[in-house]
Design a protein around this ligand. Structure first.
Ligand SMILES: [Zn+2]
Length: 451
């Protein structure tokens, strides 16, 4: 619950955004397109537009889009494509409201990513994959990612925002520090008499990424804990571009957005790939998903390229149509949105429309500390006498080993326990990711310290 003070601190833009969103606003349409070209054949994607928060209840529809860019083989990418979404959804409590579901989603994404990684590790294979999973529920977009398959949001004001973080050692100083502190070494590949070449990699393994699913042989400091960002786009909608690094190594976020503005999603994805190829050639697997969130009370009429930008164009696709637009007679869009034909209200309406680029940020967290990401719930089932693991959702009785390995938050006294609760297997994974080793004397310490 928000306190009075927090409510008072809501930015003006957000308030205007809320004003624009009335209860009468219908759910948006989701339109999408996909395109890609393979060089190594290690990119996979997922499109699922028929998911339901409540099975059988058509009003609880949501969509999922994802990209998995594999390396050192394809098995991690395929495994993640097949299991990640189920692992995420099974970590969300049943029978909760839509708001509660959306609030639970960021934690469930963390649990699902880590569970998928643990399950894949048990297969004993060494490949790895990026994973960028996008959940669209009406106007709310939640993005979780490990690796460097970006998701950007292009809004009507022409503002392009990045919803992911690149987990590349070369570009992410915070991640370099984390990997080093957890026992990894960061450096370049040495060839020819000690001259360092190529991007920063972590050793052992030589991976350029600091987070991924899989990579069993590289080291536990390459963690599967995703950066998660949740935003609410305005009722004027927006466009998501999700793509593997074959796109982002060739195009900036702005260029990718610009290369397909005003084009239907189905064609837009092809245009982004074409533009990336034009500038860089086919050097890597290149996969692109374009997803439009379109207000259902607007006709779906992306303008034809080359036509003079209409006000609708500028709203939907961010083109500047000039200062004179507001002074002209009401556009079709204004009429549609406000149901008014009188010229007197146009300026007022246009003023409101100036806030259409508003994106309400609901949540963002990127910490690699698992316990911080899963909350403090410590669910005890009185009937079975078991606890539910916050990662794998398996029930486990509080055994003797648990009392020691659960660390400082466990207390045998009557003091209330603070979670999250991890089963033995997931606790072991958590410790390993943080560089903590448990020796036979059951004391916990950081491997780096004793090395
Ligand atoms: Zn577990």
């Amino acid at each position: 619950m928000k306190s009075q003070a927090q409510v008072a601190a809501v930015p003006l833009g957000t308030l205007i955004g809320r004003e624009l969103r009335t209860d009468k606003v219908e759910k948006p349409f989701v339109k999408f397109g996909q395109s890609g070209l393979a060089k190594k054949g290690e990119d996979y994607f997922l499109i699922k537009t028929d998911c339901y928060r409540v099975p059988g209840d058509l009003s609880t529809l949501f969509s999922v889009f994802a990209i998995f860019d594999g390396h050192n083989g394809i098995s991690a990418a395929i495994f993640t494509k097949e299991n990640l979404l189920n692992n995420v959804l099974s970590a969300i409590p049943q029978d909760i409201s839509r708001d509660a579901w959306l609030e639970a989603l960021p934690r469930a994404l963390v649990a699902g990513f880590v569970k998928t990684d643990i399950e894949f590790q048990q297969k004993g294979e060494t490949s790895g994959t990026t994973a960028t999973l996008v959940v669209i529920d009406e106007w709310t977009v939640t993005v979780a990612s490990v690796g460097d398959s970006r998701c950007i949001l292009d809004t009507q004001g022409g503002a392009v925002s990045l919803l992911t973080v690149d987990h590349r050692l070369e570009e992410n100083e915070e991640e370099r520090a984390r990997v080093t502190a957890s026992g990894g070494e960061v450096g370049r590949l040495n060839v020819y008499g000690g001259n360092a070449v190529g991007p920063l990699r972590c050793w052992p393994g030589g991976l350029c990424l600091s987070r991924s699913i899989g990579d069993t042989d590289v080291g536990e400091f390459i963690v599967p804990i995703p950066h998660v960002k949740q935003v609410k786009v305005s009722n004027y909608g927006g466009r998501l571009i999700i793509a593997s690094d074959g796109i982002w190594d060739a195009l900036s976020n702005d260029l990718a957005a610009q290369s397909c503005r005003g084009i239907l999603a189905e064609l837009a994805a092809k245009l982004v790939v074409k533009e990336a190829l034009r500038s860089r050639g086919l050097k890597d697997d290149t996969t692109c998903l374009v997803v439009d969130i379109i207000p259902s009370d607007l006709p779906v009429l992306p303008p034809i390229p080359g036509k003079k930008p209409s006000m609708l164009t500028s709203l939907l696709f961010g083109k500047k149509s000039g200062n004179t637009t507001n002074k002209k007679k009401p556009s079709m869009l204004t009429s549609l949105l406000f149901g008014k034909k009188s010229g007197n209200t146009t300026n007022k309406a246009a003023n409101k429309l100036s806030s259409v680029g508003v994106v309400e940020e609901l949540f963002e967290e990127g910490s690699a500390m698992l316990a911080e990401r899963l909350g403090k719930d410590f669910p005890f089932n009185k009937n079975s006498g078991t606890f539910r693991c916050a990662v794998c959702q398996m029930d486990q009785p509080p055994g003797d080993d648990l009392s020691v390995k659960s660390g400082p938050f466990f207390s045998p006294s009557s003091k209330p326990w603070e979670g999250p609760f991890f089963c033995t297997k997931c606790q072991k994974k958590k410790d390993a990711m943080e560089g903590i080793v448990i020796d036979e004397g059951e004391s916990r310490h950081n491997s780096k310290v004793v090395a």
